[in-house]
Design a protein around this ligand. Structure first.
Ligand SMILES: [Zn+2]
Ligand SMILES: [Zn+2]
Ligand SMILES: [Zn+2]
Length: 316
């Protein structure tokens, strides 16, 4: 039995509709040619949710899709809490839970950004307004980068790439990092590996990731590192309330439009993976219904390839 996911309403502010026009923005980040190699991988059993030996669903939430739908007022954000985790057949992908929390928190930030830039706030003087501008600017950058990270890690969790490899990685390293097996060989100069490219590879999405999505991720990552993660931050520039607010409106829209566009690429990847896993789950369920024993369920689930299974030879 497939349990329906608990989703509570988290309606987008009607005025976030302006993001729709922003999504087609020509405002592209500087082009960056990525050279990290892409590697073969297979799905691991953790790609599915299980009730005992039965597959009951896929073990990730389409976070990029849901976040983008929220921005476009076409859907709600998933609310996954510790109570869901305790249910027998629930998601056990840890990044689904942190992804839900991050998306819901970011929605608050975007609503606060919208209110601040469109509604008058007589309780704030020029200095207060400028401090609030910096706070919101930082949070928009921070959450954009964190949502990219968690959406990618959530998908990596379904693969046979060991979690120890990426658990502590920030976005920049997910985009490109030295190959660990080469690094271990003495004296070898390790080549670069892209885990983001590796995920996209079997679904023939390398080009759109290399030439667009990863440029957006790189930009938000560099902004986060220079403005919103360490000691670096914009200086206060006390000016009129109107100017402070307009400045945030321009900067915030620019980041969010890039973020929204980047989400559209991640959404495509999520949809390809869901579709692929859905078909594989069906094939496995059929095999089990036809009497395949659990101990024979040792499948090699190659992403993007139709799953076929040869019954183990029976001893004569
Ligand atoms: Zn290597
Ligand atoms: Zn590739
Ligand atoms: Zn693009």
């Amino acid at each position: 039995m497939v349990r329906l996911q608990k989703v509570e309403s988290m309606a987008a502010d009607p005025s976030t509709l302006y993001l729709m026009r922003m999504e087609t923005s020509e405002d592209k980040p500087p082009h960056r040619e990525w050279h990290g190699t892409h590697h073969a991988w297979i799905f691991r059993p953790h790609a599915f949710r299980w009730a005992g030996p039965q597959i009951v669903g896929i073990n990730f939430v389409p976070l990029a899709k849901d976040m983008r739908a929220w921005f476009l007022q076409q859907g709600n954000l998933p609310i996954l809490s510790t109570a869901d985790y305790l249910e027998i057949d629930s998601y056990y992908n840890p990044y689904a839970y942190s992804g839900s929390a991050l998306a819901l928190a970011m929605a608050r930030v975007v609503n606060a950004f919208h209110d601040f830039t469109t509604v008058e706030s007589p309780e704030l003087d020029e200095t207060d307004t400028e401090i609030e501008r910096i706070r919101l600017y930082n949070e928009i950058i921070l959450y954009s980068a964190r949502i990219c990270e968690v959406a990618i890690k959530q998908l990596l969790y379904c693969t046979n790439i060991p979690e120890s490899r990426y658990r502590r990685m920030a976005l920049g390293a997910l985009l490109e990092s030295p190959c660990p097996s080469c690094k271990e060989k003495n004296g070898a100069k390790p080549h670069q590996v892209s885990l983001v490219g590796t995920l996209a590879h079997p679904f023939h999405l390398c080009l759109e990731f290399e030439h667009c999505a990863m440029d957006h991720m790189d930009l938000v990552n560099r902004l986060r590192n220079s403005q919103a993660a360490h000691s670096g931050i914009q200086a206060l520039k006390i000016r009129s309330i109107k100017e402070s607010k307009e400045n945030l409106l321009v900067d915030g829209e620019k980041i969010l439009s890039g973020f929204l566009h980047m989400l559209s690429h991640l959404q495509t990847l999520e949809e390809r993976m869901l579709d692929d896993l859905g078909k594989k789950a069906e094939a496995i369920i059929r095999l089990k219904v036809n009497g395949l024993e659990p101990e024979d369920c040792n499948f090699k689930l190659v992403p993007g390839e139709t799953f076929t299974f040869e019954h183990p030879a029976i001893d004569p």
